[in-house]
Ligand binder design. Structure first.
Ligand SMILES: *[C@@H]1O[C@H](CO)[C@@H](O)[C@H](O)[C@H]1NC(C)=O
Ligand SMILES: *[C@@H]1O[C@H](CO)[C@@H](O)[C@H](O)[C@H]1NC(C)=O
Ligand SMILES: *[C@@H]1O[C@H](CO)[C@@H](O)[C@H](O)[C@H]1NC(C)=O
Ligand SMILES: *[C@@H]1O[C@H](CO)[C@@H](O)[C@H](O)[C@H]1NC(C)=O
Ligand SMILES: *[C@@H]1O[C@H](CO)[C@@H](O)[C@H](O)[C@H]1NC(C)=O
Length: 453
């Protein structure tokens, strides 16, 4: 009880301070003497440059290795990067471990003796010794066996085609099956590989012991791309890219499709945040990755050029933009004194494809709190981008805000500019400051009242 009372009075003092500061700024437009807590910054930098059309990113978590797929219609390859301890500021160099950049083909073999159309989807086993890739151009699923976990000097990357022969549609065993794949995702048991079959508008799966390819669902889907299997293996979440929404199916054939966020729309040309999934909008969503605690699903929009976070643990699928401003470009946003939600200038992307997540061995320099970073394949820019900062861990206000029910219209990445230590949440419109969510002030700018939560 004592503890509670003390907290309460701290909040009260902070509330009064906040109120005074904001009245002052709103009325006089004068830079404040900042006494609030740090806002949840998010920064974007370039982790790897000059990849030529990077499509997919995958991290061997145990060994701190980033693999990526690249290429578009003219010969793809698999690249390997040894990750450092932080995202930049100097981009890391990569080596090509399979395929030849710019040399189109479909032959199996070791390293540069193997050729790809492109390498568009990728997932890997936890032991660091096998990668599964989609070759969309050739309609193939390729398996890469790594002679030593994580690769490195002297290690070989042996590429074998396990399914498909020419682009087409048909269930069957191994090379007899026909596909037009983009995304691939292993189930947690690593016994099945799920496929976002873009060209056939279907979710397929391969039984990895029998190599039997089946169709999980092929109704109501349009041009699916990347996908993720839920931790219990029961559901497959996927970017229903042609329909501009995020959807879910049960992992067994014949399952029904459930809409998660966005609405079915073939002509969607905007991205929008939303207080729930049905008010959020995506424009060619592709890359998907769950936060480590699975409370957030990050979504990369290929045409929308933003990365959004979808809240998964609240039942409402509220969606907020965490990087990009919907204009195509190649700008960074790194720490330069700005403490806005997304630091100014807002980073820009050009054709976001796959996403993955990295928990650097050390806390990223740009972050103020321990957190993870989101890694994105930025296709047209030929770059792998790194989105980091404490804001990634909790881009949503606490659920208590939702209970308050005050919702303003969306202001993209809005910050208060001069008031650098607080921000207006783009979805709720609430102003809040945070300190690991223990001290939260909500301030309603419409009626200039505030309260503690
Ligand atoms: C990516 O591929 C497109 C063609 O699909 C090409 O026009 C563009 O220059 C490529 N850019 C990079 C940086 O890879
Ligand atoms: C590569 O894999 C194929 C298929 O499993 C196998 O036949 C071949 O011997 C392997 N090559 C090397 C060099 O390990
Ligand atoms: C793969 O097929 C085998 C043989 O039919 C079956 O026992 C196994 O359960 C299947 N695996 C998956 C993940 O469906
Ligand atoms: C996005 O940011 C870029 C670079 O910072 C800027 O040129 C562009 O006008 C911005 N677009 C929007 C819609 O704000
Ligand atoms: C002003 O904000 C308070 C506190 O959130 C809220 O209860 C009240 O309904 C708001 N009034 C108006 C007119 O919006």
């Amino acid at each position: 009880m004592k503890h509670e009372r003390r907290l309460h009075s701290t909040w009260w003092i902070l509330w009064i301070t906040t109120h005074i500061i904001f009245s002052f700024i709103v009325i006089f437009f004068t830079p404040p003497v900042v006494s609030l807590h740090l806002g949840p910054e998010i920064f974007t930098t370039t982790l790897v440059a000059n990849t030529v059309n990077v499509t997919v990113v995958h991290i061997d978590v145990e060994r701190n290795i980033l693999y990526f797929g690249a290429g578009a219609e003219y010969g793809g390859y698999v690249g390997r990067v040894v990750l450092g301890v932080d995202c930049g500021p100097t981009p890391l160099t990569f080596q090509i471990v399979a395929g030849v950049q710019g040399k189109l083909g479909s032959q199996d073999g070791v390293g540069s003796n193997a050729l790809f159309g492109d390498v568009h989807g990728m997932d890997g086993t936890a032991d660091g010794k096998t990668l599964y890739c989609s070759d969309h151009v050739n309609g193939l699923i390729r398996r890469i066996t790594i002679s030593r976990a994580g690769g490195g000097v002297g290690a070989t990357f042996n590429v074998t085609t396990i399914a498909g022969s020419t682009p087409g549609y048909g269930d069957g065993s191994g090379r007899q099956a026909l596909l037009r794949p983009i995304g691939v995702a292993l189930n947690p048991a690593e016994t099945a590989l799920y496929i976002g079959d873009y060209g056939n508008s279907a979710i397929r799966r391969i039984n990895l012991s029998t190599l039997l390819v089946e169709t999980v669902v092929k109704i109501g889907i349009s041009l699916p791309t990347f996908l993720r299997v839920s931790p219990d293996g029961a559901f497959v979440f996927f970017a229903d890219s042609g329909n501009n929404r995020i959807a879910r199916v049960a992992s067994a054939p014949g399952s029904t499709l459930v809409n998660i966020a966005g609405v079915v729309s073939n002509g969607q040309t905007v991205v929008r945040d939303g207080v729930d999934g049905s008010s959020a909008r995506f424009w060619e969503p592709r890359g998907l990755i769950f936060s480590p605690d699975k409370s957030i699903l990050f979504v990369g929009n290929c045409f929308g050029n933003v990365i959004q976070a979808v809240r998964m643990d609240s039942g409402d699928y509220a969606t907020v933009t965490i990087a990009g401003n919907a204009t195509a470009g190649f700008t960074q946003s790194s720490a330069s004194g700005s403490r806005a939600f997304m630091s100014i200038p807002v980073a820009t992307f050009s054709g976001i494809q796959g996403l993955t997540l990295w928990q650097p061995p050390m806390q990223p320099v740009l972050s103020k709190n321990p957190s993870w970073v989101v890694i994105a394949g930025d296709f047209e820019n030929g770059a792998i981008r790194c989105v980091s900062g404490p804001g990634l861990s909790h881009p949503f206000p606490p659920m208590a805000f939702k209970a308050q029910g005050t919702v303003r219209s969306v202001v993209s990445g809005s910050s208060l500019g001069a008031i650098s230590d607080a921000y207006i949440h783009p979805v709720t419109g609430a102003l809040y400051t945070n300190d690991g969510l223990t001290m939260v002030v909500r301030y309603d700018l419409d009626n200039r009242s505030g309260e503690f939560l």
